[in-house]
Ligand binder design. Structure first.
Ligand code: HEM
Length: 190
């Protein structure tokens, strides 16, 4: 039988590719990402993670072993975005009314993006327009040396907590990728 982590990986692969493509993948790979495109990426991630962290905090029992405090990305993103953020930038209610199982799928998308973030961190260094921003950047460094351990711990949590409703978790992950794409469009020019 296919495990839930394997299902998530294979069943959301096309959405991963689509999302990666949308989020300035070509500029990243050619080293031409501008400072404003970089800021747009940060606003997209902030909109996603802030809404997800808020929603996860509504289900403390279900997410206890997820150790939410060890996985918060909002403080990193706020620090990276600095003073350019206004209160009106964020839709805080993206995940309101999602079940904990669907949120588990959204958490898979957020945690998985930390793996891709390692690749992105190296690609960012190739854009000369970002040279002054990267020395103090935090979000794309992610969990650093703890990345592998955090991912394995998340995999164990996912397998255990998702066992009762795997289809709901997979559908949550699919919707979460689409949410990322919508937030990218929503935060453009904010
Ligand atoms: C240019 C942008 C991106 C690149 C180059 C990229 C690249 C990658 C790579 C190389 C991996 C596999 C890492 C490994 O197995 O060690 C990965 C995994 C993953 N990425 Fe991305 N990624 C990008 C953006 C994103 C975004 C924006 C999201 C979320 C919306 C995302 C979600 C995921 C997920 C969920 C996984 C885990 C797949 C699994 O093993 O189940 N990625 N990414």
């Amino acid at each position: 039988m296919t495990s839930l982590p394997e299902r998530l990986k294979s069943e959301t692969r096309p959405l991963h590719e689509q999302t990666e493509q949308l989020l300035y993948s070509e500029s990243l790979r050619s080293g031409t990402l501008s400072a404003s495109q970089y800021q747009h990426l940060l606003r997209t991630h902030l909109a996603y993670h802030q809404a997800l962290e808020t929603a996860i905090d509504q289900h403390p029992d279900f997410f206890e072993q997820y150790r939410p405090d060890s996985r918060r990305k909002t403080p990193w993103l706020l620090a990276d975005i600095g003073t350019t953020l206004t209160d009106t930038t964020l839709p805080a209610n993206e995940f309101t009314n999602w079940s904990p199982f669907a949120l588990l799928g959204a958490a898979y998308v957020g945690e998985g993006s930390m793996l891709g973030g390692k690749t992105v961190w190296h690609l960012l260094q190739q854009s000369s327009a970002l040279a002054s921003l990267l020395p103090t950047a935090r979000f794309y460094k992610g969990y650093g040396a703890d990345t592998g351990q955090q991912w394995r711990d998340f995999g164990a949590f996912l397998t255990q907590q998702g066992a009762d409703k795997p289809d709901e978790v997979v559908e949550g992950a699919r919707q979460a990728f689409l949410t990322y794409q919508n937030l990218f469009r929503w935060t453009a020019g904010k």
